[in-house]
Write a protein that binds this ligand. Sequence first.
Ligand code: IMP
Ligand code: MG
Length: 185
Amino acid sequence: MPDQPEFPATENLRVLFSRQQIHARVQQMGRQIREDLRGESVVLVGVLKGAAIFLADLARAIDVDCTFDFVAVSSYKSGTNSSGAVQLIKDLAEPIEGRHIIVVEDILDTGITLSFLQSHFERHKPRSIRIAALLDKPSRRLQPIQAHYIGFSIPNEFVIGYGMDFAERYRNLPDIRILEPIPPK
Ligand code: IMP
Ligand code: MG
């Protein structure tokens, strides 16, 4: 069995955070959440599909009473660019009124997705809303939104792996890598 899936030779994949670095940081984020929410119960709301792997690891690092829910949005993104319009394509399955929620997202980029989701969730009157983003690209922000918990701040690079995709591929890579197209010769 090869150690890694095989990739087309048109893209170069450089490791930005190894699986060990990700694991260590997710454990720290979990400890911080556990201290902030000690004795409370919380709904972890994952944003499909990119946050699925992060949510699975973060949930096991927080050790507080919690349930899971998932939403999905389409941001008219395919490839590495966004048009800015967000549409909810899967809503919450359970009521969040009066509950603490943590929105679990892979990347906070322009902030358009999370500011849309924050307004959407506020209408359901949760007791509190926190955002946990594994990655933050502060230089790309178009909406003034901040996450309460951030794994790593990164420069403006397109990354894949650990749940994150390029045109739906690479989500299963255990490391986070920078995707660089190889220019045709
Ligand atoms: P925002 O609305 O611009 O903040 O976009 C957030 C979403 O864009 C993330 O949840 C990702 O799905 C996607 N995204 C932004 N940057 C990247 C990246 O570098 N790699 C993969 N997906 C990304
Ligand atoms: Mg996403």
